[in-house]
Design a protein around this ligand. Structure first.
Ligand code: SAM
Length: 473
């Protein structure tokens, strides 16, 4: 069985077999094994992070594509291919005119800036690179969220009947589609059709991996989308806040009545989670179990947060806020997602979930703050219905003064994906920081050391993730 840490998989990716085609998808009934798969990658993740840090120090000197063009060509022969061979503009010899691509941004969607591959259309203002490093980070984030939520979707609306036609919007590598296919296949539903839509051909041809798959290259800002009305019974949307478009209303048109739309997001700004101070969160039993197993925290309106205490993450927050405000991109999509999306009269049943994933062991977990609260509660009111839950919490909090390997791996993965995001946002963050490149490089090296080696997130700095779903009336 391949995992993200498997050298064979890395080889397959580099050979153009597709990005992170990951056959071992979290399955609600197989949660422990899915967590293990992240655990197995933890040591790799650690070394990857360190490698990332080394690589960014050299980023100004990178002259080559990250080699991802091969995957784009698999599906869309010719598209994206020629652009991979273009020299980055900052390295073109004086007097030599670089090959200027046509104005057709769909046919030649990529350009090189800052030594990395980006979407070329200047009107998109999509701030992330679209090279192997960033796509790999996004797939790792998807895998992380699937492990935290316990499955590739949170909605329970497919418990009785699986969907027939699924659309993944802004699919990127389509890692989610491939994982979701595996999830349903293991439940005996191998013939569900998956469609991925993205402005650029970044996904491999999943048909080569047995998925009933098609890719559509289309700009979400340009409705109508090339689909029949009510064509799909499941639409999945992850991390589209970076696209500066809110496609939800338009997407509902392509969803069958009774079909489900599900949206996943992660907040950009980092905060510290505080210990559950007064109330055990009210949530579905299954979600509480899942949170306990993964040592993550369900966020409710009662959950307390403080500003990031880590000085590097504090810096990142202030620069990211400024940069994203200018781009008119929200830095807290999870917080606003459920509020905004409740507005439509098209939605029937609605659900949502928010979870905090600390980046490592937290001081108050170590010191047993939760334990103290739980014990007092038990002494004072031992007949309360939450007694059993409280004692379980105590068990997990007290006995997990050391996290299990799986839980530590999840947290390390959350941290890795945030560090990777900071790396990917380097050009716009550097502008806001006012730093010169050498100053930035020193800051970046300090951040890596502090977060990865010096337990810089003991105060509870965490990744906040959210899922929202609804059935169409
Ligand atoms: C943050 S990535 C998320 C990719 C994927 N959903 C995931 O979570 O791995 C956003 C994706 O949106 C795509 N994108 C950006 N602007 C777009 C637009 N206007 N129309 C369609 N796709 C767009 C990008 O190419 C990128 O693949």
């Amino acid at each position: 069985m391949l995992t993200l840490a498997d050298p064979q998989l890395i080889y397959l990716i580099m050979a153009g077999a597709g990005p992170l085609f990951f056959p071992d998808t979290p399955q609600r009934s197989y949660r422990s094994s899915s967590i293990s798969s992240v655990s197995q990658q933890s040591s790799r993740v650690k070394s990857n992070s360190l490698n990332l840090s080394n690589s960014v120090l050299q980023s100004r000197h990178r002259h080559k594509s990250h080699g991802y063009g091969e995957n784009a060509r698999i599906l869309e022969k010719g598209r994206g291919a020629e652009i991979d061979n273009l020299p980055p503009s900052n390295t073109a010899p004086t007097g030599h005119k670089p090959k200027v691509p046509s104005g057709d941004y769909m046919a030649t969607p990529f350009a090189f800036r800052h030594g990395r591959r980006y979407l070329r259309d200047p009107s998109i203002i999509y701030p992330l690179p679209v090279d192997l490093v960033e796509l790999h980070r996004q797939s790792l984030r998807t895998l992380l969220l699937m492990n935290v939520f316990g499955a590739p979707f949170c909605s329970t609306l497919f418990d009785d009947q699986p969907p027939k036609k699924v659309l993944e919007v802004a699919c990127g590598t389509a890692f989610w589609s491939s994982a979701c296919h595996n999830y349903f296949k293991r439940e005996g539903h191998a013939n569900i059709s998956f469609t991925g839509l993205d402005i650029a051909p970044l996904a491999p041809d999943l048909r080569r991996h047995g998925v009933h798959w098609r890719f559509i290259q289309h700009d979400l800002r340009k409705p109508p989308l090339p689909f029949e009305d009510e064509e799909f019974d499941f639409i999945f949307v992850k991390d589209t806040s970076f696209c500066r478009t809110n496609p939800l209303t338009e997407l509902m048109r392509y969803l069958k009545p009774g079909g489900v739309i599900e949206v996943w997001e992660s907040d950009i700004l980092i905060r510290c989670i505080l210990p559950y101070a007064s109330k055990i969160p009210e949530a579905a039993e299954e979600d509480v179990d899942q949170a306990k197993e993964t040592a993550t925290y369900i966020i409710t309106s009662e959950t307390g947060f403080a500003h990031a205490q880590n000085s590097y993450l504090h810096d990142f927050n202030s620069w990211a806020k400024k940069a994203f405000d200018k781009l008119k991109i929200t830095t807290t999509p999870c917080a606003i997602m459920s509020v905004v999306s409740k507005e439509s009269s098209l939605y029937g049943e609605i659900g949502s979930q928010r979870v905090a994933v600390p980046f490592g062991e937290v001081r108050w977990e170590r010191e047993g703050i939760g334990e103290e609260f739980v014990e007092k509660k038990e002494e004072n009111d031992s007949k309360r219905p939450d007694r059993q839950y409280a004692s379980e919490i105590r068990e997990s909090r007290v006995s997990h003064k050391r996290l299990t390997k799986d839980q530590a791996a999840l947290r390390r993965t959350a941290l890795t994906t945030v560090i990777g995001l900071i790396e990917s946002l380097e050009p716009i963050l550097m502008v806001e920081s006012g730093m010169k490149q050498d100053e930035w490089d020193r800051w970046w090296a300090g951040l890596n050391t502090d977060l990865l080696e010096n337990e810089g997130t003991l105060n509870g700095e965490c990744l906040e993730i959210g899922a929202w779903w609804a059935r169409k009336k």
